[in-house]
Design a protein around this ligand. Structure first.
Ligand SMILES: *Cc1c(COP(=O)(O)O)cnc(C)c1O
Length: 391
């Protein structure tokens, strides 16, 4: 018998791996020193732990340890990348190219930059969720300072053609930032092979703790400059002031090491179960997958069901299966997902969509239960709708 509720919302956050928690614990009590304290052993221990974690994180993405700037998460890292480049390269221009399906952390940072006098090009996506490379290249101007395209989308899992994007950026001497929050630890990333200049990541999406993340900032070919968005003691080589979250950093380092070792097995496990889930749910008449099924993360799927209301579906499932609709819940009203709308999915169908995220501890039993439960519920709601229509 499966234990309820089942967690299928790994894209919103993941549980900490117990091995991560174990690594963190001593840094709350015994080794509690401030990593910036240079005058005693408590500080040195903290610093040593931070530098070790910096290597672990760097290794996961093929970076140098010095290129890792710790932050409170991917939201802060994206803010630093976008606003930091906008300020540092003001002499070059004021134009940034991004995509309509980005996470709010990127979209809203770009809106902020617009209010500061920046110009933003918002690239559309096709019905698979992918950008057009010719359209990207055509959008580049002499004043373009940055291209910001996410590695993989959090709602549909679609992976953008990162290497091709960076080739275009290089050719035109434009920096390339990618929000890789959903991809880090799930698929192999190498900032040098991929040609990435700045990259945001967050520990709680790859079995680490919440409230800790990092920005990768390239130091060679080219050396990227940033204006700090947090002023203070000059931590993180002046790019992000504030006392370092030592336990969080240790946890993120351990989580990164585990992902590096177990990524292949994790990906095989989640992809197999994701495919099983899709096969089961696509048996529902009219059900279909949103976004590319060839360029995507191994652990994510987004499925629409015809003629049902997502509110009713989520309400009916919520007690037993933790998931989210493709929709972003805005306080009172349920807005259809802007990501699905960007793919050309109509509002009604966007409303009737589920985002399913699997993870390291998802089991076949849970997937089989979810298939039955979702299928039953969709059938019930569809029958009810048909009944209403006939009245
Ligand atoms: C979760 C997520 C973020 C935000 O990360 P936090 O560390 O929670 O701030 C940004 N971008 C993407 C794609 C995400 O999935």
């Amino acid at each position: 018998m499966v234990q309820l509720p089942i967690y299928l919302d790994y894209n919103s956050t993941t549980p900490c791996d117990p091995r991560v928690v174990e690594a963190m614990l001593p840094y709350f009590t015994k080794h509690f020193g401030n990593a910036a304290s240079r005058t005693h052993a408590f500080g040195w221990e903290g610093e040593e732990a931070v530098e070790y974690a910096r290597e672990q994180v760097a290794q996961l993405i093929g970076a140098e340890p010095k290129e890792i700037v710790f932050s409170s998460g991917a939201t802060e890292a994206a803010n630093l990348a976008l606003k930091g480049v906008f300020e540092a390269y003001a002499a070059k221009g004021n134009h940034i190219i991004t995509v309509v399906t980005e996470h709010k952390a990127v979209l809203d940072s770009c809106h902020h930059i617009e209010r500061l006098g920046g110009e933003i090009t918002w690239l559309p996506v096709d019905n698979e969720g992918l950008i057009s490379l010719p359209e990207l290249e055509a959008a580049i101007r002499p004043t373009t300072m940055l291209i910001a395209v996410m590695y993989a989308n959090n709602e549909i899992g679609v992976i953008q053609p990162i290497k091709a994007i960076s080739d275009i950026a290089r050719k035109h001497g434009v920096l390339f930032f990618t929000d890789a929050t959903q991809a880090v630890g799930k698929v192999p990333i190498d900032v040098n092979k991929d040609g990435i200049d700045l990259l945001a990541l967050s520990a709680h999406k790859f079995y680490g703790p919440k409230g800790i993340g990092a920005l990768y900032v390239r130091r060679r070919d080219p050396r990227v400059r940033l204006v700090a968005q947090m002023d203070g003691g000059g931590h993180e080589r002046g790019m992000r002031s504030g006392t370092l979250n030592v336990p969080g950093i240790v946890g993120m380092g351990k989580a990164a090491e585990l992902c590096r070792q177990e990524m292949t097995a994790d990906a095989r496990h989640t992809a197999e179960l994701r495919d099983r889930l899709e096969t089961g749910l696509l048996a529902i008449p009219g059900a279909h997958i949103n976004g590319s099924t060839t360029h995507r993360l191994p652990h994510t799927t987004n499925i629409s069901f015809p003629d049902i209301d997502a509110n009713a579906l989520l309400a009916a499932l919520g007690k037993d299966i933790a998931l989210s609709s493709g929709s972003a819940c805005t306080s009172a009203s349920m807005e259809p997902s802007y990501v699905l709308k960007a793919l050309g999915v109509d509002d009604k169908v966007a409303h009737a969509s589920l985002r399913l995220g699997l993870g390291r501890w998802t089991t076949a039993e849970e997937i089989d239960y979810a298939i039955v439960r979702i299928s039953e519920t969709v059938a019930l709601l569809q029958a009810r709708n048909v009944q209403y229509k006939n009245v």
